[in-house]
Write a protein that binds this ligand. Structure first.
Ligand code: 5GP
Ligand code: MN
Length: 339
């Protein structure tokens, strides 16, 4: 953070703090938010974490979860009041206000100080303080670095450490993606030293499936996954009926898109799912092919070079058609030899 001293001065007295995650928060969004919340509470601030929507059960174990306000589900009026009364609003793991849907307008008009802590590409400029680094693997590590910069590492307890560790673990795909750097291991190591338990966090996030979720996965892999070798592309399109048939809960489809990318030779994978309100797309790529560009240009979205998301207001079939029709434009890029 460039103006860290001004930030420090502002936070020198107790403040009313709001921390916001993006819509359908993942482990990094929620973990970085609850980790930051735990720290700021210890510093004497009043803190409310607000999520625009619900989130998967497999991240609801995080310490502080029970105090989270879910805007869409419970008490939107309460969220509005808390935001209106806030001295300072932290925006974590997103950098465009449309990712928080209806809350975006409230943040826009708020006179509170705004802090952006994020690692997504091409951030909007709306914050007074920015802890932004596109080379960071996760927002959780940016929160860790901020706490460290403020000289407060000793305040990180096992609860805070577990939340931050969870964000780092998941945004590196379990320490497997190319963003898994020396620095990532150093910070993850520090967090383990401070009380995060890797096996416990990993069990809670990756290995607490419902039988329905596994059946959905089996169905998608056997019936829905398609490969277009000439474009080195894999895709899967899930209808609202598919999701209903397997009693799909928020988070049940998370990670499915990675199976497409795991196929030998595939460089682009997309999962398209009908969320009833809209159609959601989830992209993954290997190497230089930028799904951030693809999502931004054609699907009202964005993210990172190798992991991005988007949406349309078309039907599922129309969305798939649109995606397939784009592929010839990208054929050279997709099939180029890469070292
Ligand atoms: P996922 O496919 O797991 O939903 O998201 C992959 C990455 O893209 C995550 O970093 C996520 O935050 C980001 N992302 C997902 N959907 C959107 C979107 O609609 N807009 C933007 N800007 N980023 C998104
Ligand atoms: Mn993230």
């Amino acid at each position: 953070m460039q103006n860290i001293q001004a930030f420090k001065d502002y936070m020198d007295q107790p403040r009313k703090v709001v921390i916001l995650t993006h819509f359908k928060p993942d482990a990094d969004a929620l973990g970085s938010s609850l980790g930051l919340a735990g720290y700021l509470k210890k510093k004497g601030h009043t803190v409310q974490v607000i999520t625009p929507s619900d989130y998967p059960d497999f991240i609801a174990w995080m310490p502080g979860n029970s105090e989270v306000l879910v805007f869409q589900k419970d008490r939107p009026q309460k969220a509005r009041q808390v935001i209106e009364a806030a001295d300072i609003i932290f925006c974590l793991d997103f950098s465009s206000l449309n990712r928080i849907h209806d809350l975006g307008e409230m943040v826009k008009v708020s006179t509170a100080r705004k802090v952006l802590i994020d690692h997504h590409l091409e951030p909007e400029k709306f914050a007074d303080f920015e802890q932004w680094d596109e080379t960071a693997a996760s927002t959780a590590e940016l929160v860790y670095q901020l706490i460290e910069q403020l000289g407060d590492k000793s305040l990180i307890d096992p609860n805070i450490a577990s939340c931050l560790y969870a964000g780092i673990m998941t945004d590196t795909g379990g320490f497997r993606h190319p963003n898994t750097t020396h620095k990532v291991f150093q910070i993850a190591g520090e967090l383990v030293g401070l009380g995060a338990e890797p096996a416990k966090v990993s069990k809670q996030i990756y290995d607490t499936n419902s039988l329905e979720r596994l059946r959905l996965m089996g169905y998608v892999l056997s019936e829905k996954l398609q490969v277009l070798p000439e474009y080195r592309t894999a895709y899967m399109a899930l209808s609202a009926e598919d999701l209903k048939k397997f009693a799909s809960q928020t988070g049940d489809t998370e990670g499915l898109v990675n199976y497409g990318l795991s196929i030998k030779g595939v460089r682009l994978s997309v999962m398209i799912s009908d969320r009833r309100d809209n159609i959601k797309l989830s992209f993954r790529s290997l190497g230089s092919f930028s799904v951030n560009d693809l999502a931004r240009k054609h699907f009202e979205g964005g993210g990172h070079r190798n992991a991005a998301g988007g949406q349309t207001n078309l039907t599922l079939d129309q969305t798939l058609q649109k995606f397939l029709e784009l592929l010839p434009t990208y054929k050279d890029e997709l099939t180029a030899d890469e070292p």
